[in-house]
Design a protein around this ligand. Structure first.
Ligand code: PHE
Length: 507
């Protein structure tokens, strides 16, 4: 047996986890949601959701996988044999997410490479907002099969970078996160300085920070805050199981989880400052929305060409913005591949590197679907199902399995193993995992279903129903039956001599 790789130090683990958590969601989703929900009010509710749900679940995943030293699938089997399928569902869902996240990453690279074009567009918002569509040749619909050469090339580069970063598991990840976590912060600071020194920035910042308490009455505020906490921390995606399994025995999981969660939030707030000061400064405050793709590829370019009267300077700011997104996205993208490959390698006793190569190749081929002219539409559908349905259901199942069929006292002892001063209290941990989190997630799920079947008449985004069935419902179905299919395969392999690991919680 090869020795399991471990993080080089405590800081390395924290950086890797922060790198995964801090992604495109911080830069383009968080500010948009804040704009939608009364600015400071959203920040407040987000903070509450983080404390009552995000942090306990993060602690739970890290400590369980550290104890078992296994990825998501085997860790869930260790919790309860019947819960293995939940680990499979998380891993399969992550597998689907990587396929399109890599393409979003590729689009960001594409925009970075083409940011020189902003130099010739000073003041021309229309040209700037059209650049993304021109480069990707997107039809905004599910029609169109051509793959633009440049997009294909960027996708290859994206996969090459992803593989390069995780080729040796924790040890190579540990090296790159030192750069990929700090670089976006520096770039964001540069942009914050530019934004905050523009005339009109104050209006934007006021919109971001000053609470509007009347927004509290709107249930969609709560739904969005819970969803964002959940999405942002990279929990229920098999990632924190993989990363936790490389954590040293002397780590203080309780403190580390709190640091990870608050660093993630701090970077969201910094992104909000950049977004709102810039939009205030360019007179575009009414254009801030929660649609990530729209913000980053359509709205933000318009702001870029209006930053100054000097074309090349705007192009430099454009390049900084997309470089920032590249460095934000890369460690989220490779963390999710690592989540999948660690889970599968642990399950079948395969060499991690072989599995990583296989996952990158298979997902690389599937991701071609999203590089086509219709890619954006397919991505929109898959993203909606994987995040609004699968992720939430996995969260509910995981909380129930761990909270109700396993001993939370044992899990908490593992969380608190090396804490001296601030031990995580049992009442808070148990209340969250047994009741608060599953109930909030169930509420979120019901809300999404009412929205889909009530308000939208069962059809998401106006795409043809067959495409929603294929890329939405069937994919969701496969995610949840994947564990049962796998079980059949494993049973066959067992007859041929394959022996499953014993995964037991040794006190
Ligand atoms: N936490 C990431 C973000 O905020 C989301 C993510 C992580 C998505 C890992 C995919 C993979 O953008």
């Amino acid at each position: 047996m090869e020795k399991r790789s471990q993080w080089g130090s405590r800081v390395t683990f924290i950086l890797a986890a922060v790198g995964s958590a801090v992604g495109l969601g911080n830069a383009w989703r968080f500010p948009g949601l804040a704009a939608k929900h009364g600015g400071g009010t959203f920040l407040l509710v987000y903070l509450i959701a983080m404390v009552v749900m995000g942090i306990p679940l993060l602690m739970m995943e890290i400590s369980i996988s550290r104890k078992f030293r296994k990825g998501a699938i085997e860790s869930m089997r260790g919790i309860n044999k019947k819960a293995e399928f939940i680990g499979w569902a998380a891993t399969s869902n992550a597998f689907v997410i990587v396929c399109y996240y890599a393409v979003v990453f590729a689009w960001v690279i594409l925009m970075f490479v083409n940011s020189w074009q902003f130099a010739g567009m000073t003041g021309n918002s229309e040209a700037a907002s059209g650049l993304f569509g021109e480069l990707t040749k997107t039809t905004w619909a599910i029609e169109g099969t051509d793959i633009p050469g440049e997009v294909l090339l960027c996708t290859l580069v994206a996969w090459g970078l992803i593989f390069y970063c995780i080729r040796n598991g924790a040890s190579s990840v540990g090296k790159v996160v030192k750069f990929t976590v700090f670089a976006p912060v520096v770039l964001l600071l540069i942009m914050a300085i530019k934004g905050c020194t523009m005339q009109g920035a104050g209006n934007g910042l006021a919109m971001f920070f000053i609470p509007d308490f009347s927004a509290l009455a709107d249930p969609s505020l709560w739904v969005d805050a819970i969803g964002q906490v959940f999405y942002s921390l990279s929990i229920m995606m098999a990632i924190m199981f993989a990363y936790g399994s490389y954590v040293g025995d002397d780590a203080n999981v309780a403190a580390d989880a709190v640091i990870i969660a608050f660093s993630d939030m701090a970077i969201s707030v910094l992104s909000g400052i950049v977004m709102f000061s810039t939009m205030g400064g360019t007179g575009m405050l009414d254009k801030v929305t929660a649609s990530g793709i729209g913000t980053a590829f359509i709205v933000y370019p318009q702001a870029i060409v209006n930053l100054t009267n000097i074309g090349w300077l705007n192009a430099v700011f454009g390049a900084i913005f997309y470089l920032m997104l590249i460095t934000l996205a890369i460690d989220s993208a490779f963390s999710i591949v690592e989540g999948v490959s660690a889970a599968v390698a642990d399950k079948f006793h395969l060499k991690p590197k072989t599995v990583t190569i296989a996952v990158c190749s298979i997902c690389g081929v599937i991701s071609l679907l999203f590089t086509t002219q219709a890619g954006l539409a397919w991505l929109d559908i898959v993203d909606n199902w994987t995040n609004q349905i699968n992720l939430i259901l996995i969260g509910i199942l995981e909380c129930i399995a761990i909270g109700w069929t396993f001993s939370l006292k044992k899990v908490l002892a593992e969380v608190n193993r090396n804490t001296k001063k601030f031990k995580t209290p049992y009442w808070w941990f148990a209340a969250s995992i047994k009741f608060v989190s599953p109930v909030l997630l169930a509420g979120l799920f019901v809300w999404n279903m009412i929205d889909l079947f009530g308000a939208k008449g069962g059809s998401y985004g106006g795409y043809p129903i067959w495409s929603q069935v294929a890329a939405g419902w069937i994919v969701s179905g496969l995610v949840f039956v994947s564990g049962f299919i796998a079980k059949g395969i494993i049973n066959k392999k067992k007859k041929a001599g394959f022996v499953e690991d014993e995964v037991v919680w040794k006190d």
